[in-house]
Design a protein around this ligand. Structure first.
Ligand SMILES: NC(=O)c1ccc[n+]([C@@H]2O[C@H](COP(=O)([O-])OP(=O)(O)OC[C@H]3O[C@@H](n4cnc5c(N)ncnc54)[C@H](OP(=O)(O)O)[C@@H]3O)[C@@H](O)[C@H]2O)c1
Length: 270
């Protein structure tokens, strides 16, 4: 097989059609990275491709597909191999929330969420990490959430659990990757202005949150890219979110749950 195209380093971004993923695409194109954009909405990705390639003279590939399909990570990897794309950055960002109580959604919904937000993330990491290690260069960002640190909630039953998993997985991989040239960072935003809460139907609820609790996708992504360059294990965005994460770890779980229970339930649909 011919050697990978070393002249260009590609960043592969999942969930690049909106919100945080789209912002990653924008900022990385501004930095001169070539891109591989994935999500389900092909038209949106194609529009982004033509905008970014024109504005920043970078090479942009689109792979439209559903990460709920267990074959999708391998299909993405095979495409990159066939096209000889040197994937030097992987941003596992695609995600969504399932509001409501656990038994209010059918098994397919939960199973799909676990596939997109856990298995696909681990699978893509497994596929690309080995190549990055061999190349002695790589950047992996797992977009987790402050929810992975915050106390558990009733409603959105699996969301915090998936994000806690991602943080721990990312921390282990970060430790394994030491001295390898591969940087692995778990990015943990709090409430961020994107399509996320429109998609899961909780916009009215979360719009009652104080403005100071919200961050822009632009700031979240800027901090995420800086953090992975510095090889930070975990990056929690924003001072308030850092305080919440600190207290969640410092205060015994039972007390924290007691203190936060009423507050959190105002913003978690049951
Ligand atoms: N917004 C927040 O407040 C917040 C806070 C903390 C963490 N996060 C995390 O940030 C990440 C990005 O979310 P966001 O806020 O940017 O939400 P968003 O604006 O709704 O974007 C979600 C992205 O994921 C893609 N996606 C969803 N389901 C998919 C599937 N089955 N297959 C492939 N792609 C899929 C969507 O593309 P298509 O619809 O085109 O497939 C879209 O590009 C998520 O992991 C989320 O958990 C968000």
């Amino acid at each position: 097989m011919p050697a990978l195209n070393d002249t260009k380093r590609y960043a592969l971004i999942t969930g690049a059609s909106a919100g945080i993923g789209k912002e990653f695409a924008l900022q990385l194109a501004q930095q001169g990275w070539s891109l591989i954009l994935t999500a389900r909405r092909q038209d949106t990705l194609e529009t982004l491709r033509s905008e970014l390639s024109k504005a920043h003279q970078v090479d942009v590939h689109v792979i439209a597909g559903d990460l709920g399909d267990p074959n999708e990570p391998q299909r993405i990897y095979d495409y990159c191999q066939q096209q000889q794309l040197n994937v030097a950055m992987l941003i596992n960002n695609a995600g969504f929330g399932v509001p409501g109580d656990f038994d209010a959604s059918d098994w397919n919904t939960h199973s799909n969420m676990l596939q997109v937000m856990l298995t696909a993330v681990v699978h893509l990491s497994h596929l690309f990490y080995a190549d990055m290690k061999a190349a002695e260069y790589g950047r992996i960002i797992q977009v987790a959430s402050l929810a992975g640190f915050a106390p558990p909630t009733a409603g959105h039953t699996l969301y915090a659990a998936t994000k806690s998993f991602l943080i721990k997985f990312s921390q282990s991989l970060h430790m394994e990757a030491e001295e390898s040239g591969v940087h692995v960072t778990a990015l943990c935003p709090g409430f961020t202005y994107t399509e996320f809460h429109d998609v899961n139907g909780t916009r009215d609820m979360v719009s009652k949150l104080p403005k100071g609790m919200w961050m822009s996708a632009e700031e979240v992504v800027r901090q995420g890219l800086e953090a992975v360059e510095k090889n930070k294990e975990v990056k929690i965005n924003g001072r308030k979110n850092n305080v919440i994460a600190f207290l969640s770890q410092a205060i015994p779980d039972r007390w924290m749950r007691f203190l936060m229970r009423k507050k959190i339930q105002q913003f978690r649909k049951r």
